[in-house]
Design a protein around this ligand. Structure first.
Ligand code: TPP
Length: 368
C-alpha cells in the first residue's frame, strides 16, 4: 500500500488596505461613510486615551495598565462584523473596539485605577468584563456560544486573546469543545508578536497560529491586523458562518504592540528599536487616515478639530473617574471574590480598615 497524503490544509492571508494606504478595490468592503468616520474616532480616542493613561500612571494617579498603542485596528475591525445582540468577550487591549461598542471611557479609566465599578456597564452592551487571566475568557466565550445554540438563538460570540494565550490549556480546551459542538463562536487571536518578553517564535513552532484551528476541525485565517478592512472582512465571513450554524473560525490578526507590555515593562530589554520602527511604519491609524483622505472624507483641519474634541472628552472622563475614586471605599477590594473571606484575607482586611481609619483621622486633622 503506498502512503498517501491524508489531510491537507490551507491557511489564507488577507490584506486589503496596505501600509501606504493603498486599497485593493476588488476586496474593499462597502461600509457606510458614518461607520468609516466612527472607526477613525474610536481608534483616535483609544490612542489619545492610551497616552493620557500613561501620563496618569507616571504621576501615580493610575495603576499599571496594558497599552493598546499600535493595536487599535484589529479588535475594532473584527467587532464591526457583530450585531448589537451578539456577544463580545474582550481581552485587555481592545479599547477601540469597546468604544465602538458603546462602552463609556470612564469605565476603562476606573478599571485601571483599580475600582470594581470599572466593570459595571450596561448588560445590554453584551460585553463581558476585562479579564486579566490569560486565555480564561476563551472558555467563557464558548460557554456563552453553547448557551445561545441551546436556546436556538442566532447570536454569535466573539472572543479576543493574545498570541501568548494560544499556549494555555484553556485556549485548546475552548477550541476543542467549540469544534465538537460547532459552537457559534469566533476566536480572534491578536498576535502582537510578544507575550511580555516572550517572542512569537518561542510561543509555538507552528508557521501560523491560525492553523491550530485545523486540528480542532474548523478554519483559520491570517489577516493584517493593522488593516481594519481585512479584519472586518475576515470577521464578517466568520460571523456569518457561525450564524448559519457552521461552527467556529479562528482569525489571527498580525499586529505589533508599539508600547510596553504594561507600564511596568521596559521593552528595550528584549526587542530592537529597528524592529519597532519597522512596525511603526505600518501604523494602523496613519493608513486609515490616508484612506479617509483619499475618499475625500477627511482633512487636516477635521483631524485637529477631532483631537481637540476628544482631548476635552478625556479631561472630563478623567475628572469624573478621579472623583469616583476619591469617594470609593478601598475595603471593597475584599468584597467580590469570596462569599466568606478566608482567615488570611480577613486579617488583611482588618489591617487595611485600621490603616484607612488612621488615614481618615490624619486627613481630617490636616483639614482642620
Ligand atoms: C493564566 C495567566 N498566566 C500568566 C499571567 C501573567 N501574564 C500577564 S500578561 C501575559 C502575557 C500575555 O501575552 P499575550 O497572550 O500574547 O497577550 P498580550 O499581553 O501580548 O496582549 C502573562 C503571561 C496571567 N495574567 N494569567
Amino acid at each position: 500500500m503506498p502512503r498517501q497524503p491524508l489531510v491537507q490544509f490551507q491557511v489564507d492571508y488577507l490584506q486589503i488596505l496596505d501600509e501606504n494606504g493603498r486599497v485593493d478595490a476588488a476586496l474593499e468592503p462597502s461600509l457606510p461613510q458614518a461607520t468609516l468616520l466612527q472607526i477613525h474616532r474610536c481608534m483616535t480616542l483609544a490612542r489619545l486615551l492610551d497616552r493620557r493613561m500613561h501620563i496618569l500612571q507616571q504621576q501615580g494617579r493610575m495603576g499599571t495598565f496594558p497599552s493598546c498603542y499600535g493595536q487599535e485596528a484589529a479588535g475594532l475591525g473584527c467587532v464591526l462584523a457583530l450585531r448589537p445582540d451578539d456577544w463580545l468577550v474582550p481581552a485587555y487591549r481592545e479599547t477601540s473596539a469597546l468604544f465602538y461598542r458603546g462602552l463609556p471611557m470612564k469605565n476603562v479609566l476606573l478599571f485601571w485605577m483599580g475600582l470594581e465599578e470599572g466593570n459595571y456597564w450596561s448588560p445590554q452592551l453584551r460585553v463581558l468584563s476585562i479579564p486579566i487571566l490569560i486565555g480564561s475568557q476563551t472558555l467563557h466565550a464558548v460557554g456563552i456560544a453553547l448557551a445561545c445554540q441551546i436556546r436556538g438563538s442566532d447570536e454569535v460570540t466573539m472572543v479576543f486573546f493574545g498570541d501568548g494565550a494560544t499556549s494555555e490549556g484553556d485556549f485548546h480546551e475552548a477550541c476543542n469543545l467549540a469544534g465538537v459542538y460547532q459552537a457559534p463562536v469566533v476566536f480572534v487571536c491578536i498576535n502582537n508578536q510578544y507575550a511580555i518578553s516572550v517572542p512569537r517564535c518561542l510561543q509555538s513552532h507552528s508557521e501560523t497560529l491560525a492553523q491550530k484551528a485545523i486540528a480542532y476541525g474548523f478554519p483559520g485565517i491570517v489577516v493584517d491586523g493593522n488593516d481594519v478592512l481585512a479584519c472586518y472582512v475576515a470577521a464578517q465571513e466568520a460571523v456569518q458562518r457561525a450564524r448559519r450554524g457552521q461552527g467556529p473560525t479562528l482569525i489571527e490578526c498580525l499586529t505589533y504592540r508599539l508600547g510596553p507590555h504594561t507600564t511596568a515593562d521596559d521593552p528595550r530589554r528584549y526587542r530592537s528599536e529597528q524592529e519597532r520602527l519597522q512596525w511603526e511604519a505600518k501604523d494602523p491609524l496613519k493608513r486609515w487616515r490616508i484612506y479617509l483622505e483619499q475618499r475625500g472624507l477627511w482633512s487636516e483641519s477635521q483631524q485637529l478639530e477631532l483631537e481637540r474634541e476628544l482631548l476635552a472628552e478625556i479631561d472630563a472622563a478623567v475628572r469624573q473617574a478621579e472623583y469616583d475614586l476619591a469617594h470609593a471605599d478601598p475595603l471593597e477590594m475584599f468584597d467580590f471574590v469570596y462569599a466568606e473571606l478566608p482567615p488570611d484575607l480577613a486579617a488583611q482586611r482588618r489591617e487595611a480598615a485600621e490603616h484607612v481609619a488612621q488615614t481618615d483621622t490624619v486627613s481630617a486633622s490636616a483639614r482642620r
